[in-house]
Ligand binder design. Structure first.
Ligand code: AMP
Ligand code: MG
Length: 412
């Protein structure tokens, strides 16, 4: 048996990021940028007003109070989207709207609430500091500055930046297309009523969903039967994709031919018993330059093996830099016992308690128990040599569920 760490290392050494394609910036959401993005123009493009108010010379408002306002002549109105009609001189002000360019000569903007106006004259009722309420040109970024670095994940903030610098299309890494093949004579399609002895092909859907949740594109190729011919046909078709995932048929059963057929199709298959629970049997190799994963058949084993090995591989193919799930420390709500010798991934419920995160291991840890997976939002990680933890121990927890960021009430 090899360790989880060394299996992951061996896999990732083989994986290369996919090539680039140009997409519109909304399609780019969730993808990795393949170029440095520089600004052509500064932002803000020119000094502009942060308030509706009056542009003036700050020294003119010196000593102004409610009781003793300073009166200035309003020389024109300046809505956003228009250019100043002329400079502001001593004793003058311009009625200015938020976002409008600050006229030459003006050194501050006073907010409208601190003024009153009457017939072309404004009464300034408070002092202003030099530069007050003026957004300076280039205070966000300068012309020529790199505003998004190559390798960044495109989030809504990056979309905002791309739109701000006037880039409608951007180079991003291609999304991996992933072929998903389920294997087993016992499998039926999920719209069938399974006869006795048969079960529904849930793994095909679970894995396709995990692929999609990793930002990749799943191609479900359906069920291969437990014959070399049927496996050969499906796995050959799978080679059209960027990555191949099968489930089942990698154990030591009499009909577990996935290893043989994968080997037949490519030269460098590696078969492992990985020291993890669930998820022990795993096949990995490169077929025609494409990674192929033979995941175990047990539903939870295949999902856990996906999270630990396939997801980082797909993220690396997608050009991402951070490809591993974070682990957080959380306080255990009850004792947890395991058999040492394998790294255990215990389905658990992570929650935010009054003094930090708390985590509860769930009942029903069998590798076929899907209801536990449905209740879980995270894995407690029990190291290979550990036999478990005691209540109130701080343990490492890997959340696998983005909905953990959402609650049934506001978080403040
Ligand atoms: P195997 O590794 O092929 O021996 O499968 C191990 C267990 O996982 C068996 O109980 C299978 O019935 C089950 N299994 C295999 N493939 C699937 C699948 N696509 N959907 C649900 N269960 C599966
Ligand atoms: Mg099987």
């Amino acid at each position: 048996m090899i360790s989880v760490e060394s299996a992951l290392d061996t896999i990732l050494k083989e994986i290369k990021p996919l090539g680039l394609e140009s997409v519109d910036i909304i399609t780019a959401l969730g993808r990795t940028i393949g170029e440095d993005i520089s600004a052509l123009r500064p932002n803000p493009p020119w000094d502009n007003s942060a308030m509706d108010g009056y542009a003036l010379i700050d020294a003119d408002a010196k000593g102004a109070t409610d009781a003793n306002p300073v009166k200035l002549k309003v020389i024109y109105d300046l809505p956003a989207g228009q250019v100043p009609k002329g400079p502001v001189k001593k004793g003058e002000a311009v009625r200015i709207m938020t976002g409008a360019p600050v006229p030459e000569g003006a050194t501050a903007v006073i907010m409208v609430e601190k003024t009153s106006s009457d017939d072309g004259v404004v009464a300034i009722r408070s002092e202003v500091k030099p530069g007050e309420n003026i957004r300076k040109s280039g205070e966000d970024f300068k012309a020529g500055e790199v505003v998004i670095k190559k390798g960044s994940l495109v989030r809504p903030a990056e979309v905002s930046m791309l739109a701000t610098v006037g880039v409608p299309f951007v180079l991003v890494h291609k999304r991996p297309r992933v072929a998903v093949v389920s294997t087993g004579d016992e499998l039926c399609e999920i719209n069938e009523v399974p006869p006795k002895g048969k079960i529904l092909n849930s793994n095909g859907y679970a894995i396709a969903a995990l692929v999609a949740a990793s930002g990749a594109e799943a191609m479900q190729l359906g069920i291969a039967r437990d014959t070399k011919e049927s496996l050969r046909e499906k796995l050959k078709a799978a080679m059209a994709a960027d990555c191949i995932i099968s489930s089942g048929g990698v154990s030591v059963g009499d009909y577990d031919f996935v290893k043989d057929v994968l080997k037949e199709l490519g030269s460098e298959m590696i078969f492992w018993k990985v020291a993890m629970k669930p998820g022990k049997p795993l096949a990995f190799g490169m077929i025609g330059g494409k990674p192929a994963f033979g995941l175990p058949g047990n539903p939870i084993s295949s999902m856990v093996a996906f999270e630990q090995f396939v997801r980082p591989a797909l993220l690396k193919m997608s050009g991402r830099k951070n490809i591993f799930s974070s682990a957080f420390r959380a306080r255990l709500t009850k004792d947890l016992k395991v058999k040492p010798g394998r790294m255990n991934f215990i389905r658990a419920e992570l929650a935010s308690g009054d003094s930090g995160f708390i985590v509860t291991p769930l009942d029903g840890q069998g590798s076929g128990v899907i209801s536990t997976m449905v209740r879980a939002n995270s894995f407690i990680i029990v190291p290979q040599d550990s036999s478990g933890f005691k209540k109130d121990d701080l343990v490492k927890v890997q959340p696998f569920d983005p909905s953990i960021l959402l609650k049934d009430e506001p978080g403040y």
